[in-house]
Structures are given as C-alpha cells and as structure tokens.
Unconditional design. Structure first.
Length: 51
C-alpha cells in the first residue's frame, strides 16, 4: 500500500509524505513494523474533528 511508510522513509521523504496527505489520502507511518501515526491534511482533520 503506497499510503503506508516506514518511519525511516517518512523522515527522508517528508515533503512527499505531506504532499500525498494533502492531494490524495491520509498517510500511515509505521515504527518497528507497527502502526504509529497517521498524517492527514488539515481539511480532512477539520471534517473529522470539530475544532
């Protein structure tokens, strides 16, 4: 799945990770093979989490 990144790849390609989150869908980052965080656009955040 292209929307899943290992932490080391997410760090080295952070700009691409952010662009993907903005232009396509939330991005998932794993640490030691386990889900760690989700990177999503601010628009997606506002839709799902009332601020």
């Amino acid at each position: 799945m292209k929307n899943t990144w290992q932490l080391q790849d997410a760090k080295s390609k952070f700009s691409q990770l952010v662009e993907n989150a903005i232009s396509t869908e939330p991005q998932f980052v794993t640490k030691h093979g386990h889900n760690a965080v989700v990177i999503l656009s601010f628009e997606d955040y506002k839709k799902n989490y009332k601020t």
